[in-house]
Write a protein that binds this ligand. Structure first.
Ligand SMILES: Cc1ncc(COP(=O)(O)O)c(C=O)c1O
Length: 445
């Protein structure tokens, strides 16, 4: 299984989910769960939409498969144009993949290839942030900032380097006591400047790209401090380094906009996306590059020697088109923007619990950091974290009918990413179930 202790399979502890409808899923025993993670940051429109299923069936009967290798098919063409129309600035060139990790791989390969074509062949290194997750293939895993996930597979692709993330709650630890996070702009400036330091350390002539999520997922939803991305853009321009916005989670409504870059007002050179593009009704990823990056490939015999059999699969591109049409018809982004304040306010009620240290995020994407001591922000040691998360929380939340993620890849957090159709009744249900389980967790410790 994926990211699963195999022993849980042997002991038949693995939940089997058989059906979904709206914001809910049901297991093989008929028990109902609120899907507060959108599957895996995927199910933007919720489960059980027959309009999306029908489009998939129609496309499969008309043209189930054809590759994008020197050929094209209508829904890929139409979808590429649609995505380009939403993407900020001159991000007009779309390359389809089957998922997010492949989009990240593609972006790194494109960055290296681009610099070779424009006469800067040494530019190949990547900078990314501590604790950030960018996928599991060898290149994407190398860009990932989670040492524990990488260790079993070392040595990975060389040439990637980590800079601090923007966990404002832990600003004091991150900056070595230099800043305490009370001035978010100063923290943002400091964190962005660490990218310049890393570029200088490596030599700008060797650095190709910096990979950043709009809101960093792993570690528990770190939104960018004000001014952070504007400063990063300046640094990238100064050193001719490509800014890759890894929006595998943050695009397609998760933050109330088609792209996170739009929400925070910055211009990437490349966006990587996947997950919500089809709301999970079929797998698809998309890398979106600027006209500037595309330009050197547009001449003579130049070719981007890269591709995936299932990248831009016709069923997936047809489903994505319908998904985006529904976004417009049902005003999905507007709905997220209207209701995100209520979501935040409902989750913030949990701050009265002694175990809840921080509630953070934007849009419909939140992390709740759990602490041992709220006053000192002391976190749990490895054993406590194991007992808390795996020994108790994951199962207790699930037994309570709430599917979400209890994660300790950074400090222990609960992560929420509900379908974008959710409203106050779902927010209340999330809060009430979390309250009951977290109260019990605090008593156990
Ligand atoms: C930011 C980010 N990048 C890349 C990936 C990898 O995507 P996939 O699992 O579709 O390969 C993920 C997956 O969660 C992600 O969150």
């Amino acid at each position: 299984m994926h990211f699963t202790r195999m022993s849980s399979y042997d002991t038949a502890d693995v939940p089997i989910i058989v059906r979904g409808d709206g914001a809910y899923v049901w297991d093989a025993q008929g028990r109902k769960y609120l899907d507060a993670l959108g599957g895996l940051f995927v199910s933007q429109l919720g489960h059980g939409r027959t309009d999306l299923a029908e489009v998939a069936a129609k496309q499969a009967s008309e043209l189930a498969f054809f590759p994008l290798w020197s050929y094209a098919h209508p829904t890929a063409i139409e979808l590429a144009a649609k995505i380009a129309s939403y993407a900020p600035g001159d991000l007009n060139r779309v390359f389809f993949t089957s998922g997010g990790g492949e989009a990240v791989e593609s972006a790194w390969k494109l960055a290296k290839n681009y610099f070779k074509l424009v006469g800067k062949p040494m530019k190949h290194k990547v900078i990314s942030r501590a604790i950030a997750y960018h996928g599991t293939t060898q290149g994407a895993l190398s860009i990932t900032g989670l040492p524990g996930l990488k260790a079993p597979f070392e040595p990975l692709v060389p040439s990637t380097f980590r800079v601090p993330n923007t966990n404002a709650y832990r600003a004091s630890e991150i900056t070595g006591g230099f800043l305490d996070g009370s001035d978010p702009e100063a923290f943002g400036r400091w964190a962005a400047d660490q990218i310049a330091v890393a570029i200088e350390n490596e030599g700008a002539e060797t650095v190709a790209a910096v990979f950043l999520e709009p809101v960093q997922n792993a570690g528990g939803c770190f939104p960018p401090p004000p001014g952070y991305f504007q400063r990063v853009r300046e640094i990238c321009d100064q050193y001719d380094v490509l800014l890759v916005s890894d929006e595998v989670i943050c695009a397609y409504g998760r933050l109330g906009h088609m792209f996170g870059a739009e929400r925070y007002g910055y211009q990437p050179d490349i966006i990587t996306s996947a997950k919500g593009l089809t709301s999970g009704y079929s797998p698809l990823g998309a890398m979106i590059a600027s006209d500037r990056i595309y330009e050197p490939f547009a001449h003579g015999t130049e070719t981007f020697l890269h591709g995936y059999t299932f990248g831009g699969h016709p069923v997936s591109t047809a489903v994505a088109l319908k998904n985006l049409e529904i976004f417009e018809d049902e005003k999905i982004n507007e709905g997220v923007r209207d209701r995100e304040g209520a979501f935040r306010a409902t989750l913030e009620k949990l701050l009265d619990l002694p175990i809840v240290g921080d509630v953070r995020g934007d849009g419909f994407f939140y992390g709740i950091e759990l602490v041992k001591d709220k006053a000192t922000k002391e976190t749990f040691d490895e054993d406590e974290s194991e007992r808390l998360l795996r020994g108790f929380l994951s199962k207790a939340l699930y037994d309570a009918g709430l599917y979400c993620r209890a994660d300790d890849r950074g400090d222990p957090v609960i992560q929420l990413s509900p379908p974008l159709i959710c409203g106050q009744e779902h927010f209340d249900e999330i809060e009430q179930k979390l309250r009951a389980v977290l109260t019990e967790a605090a008593d156990l410790l």
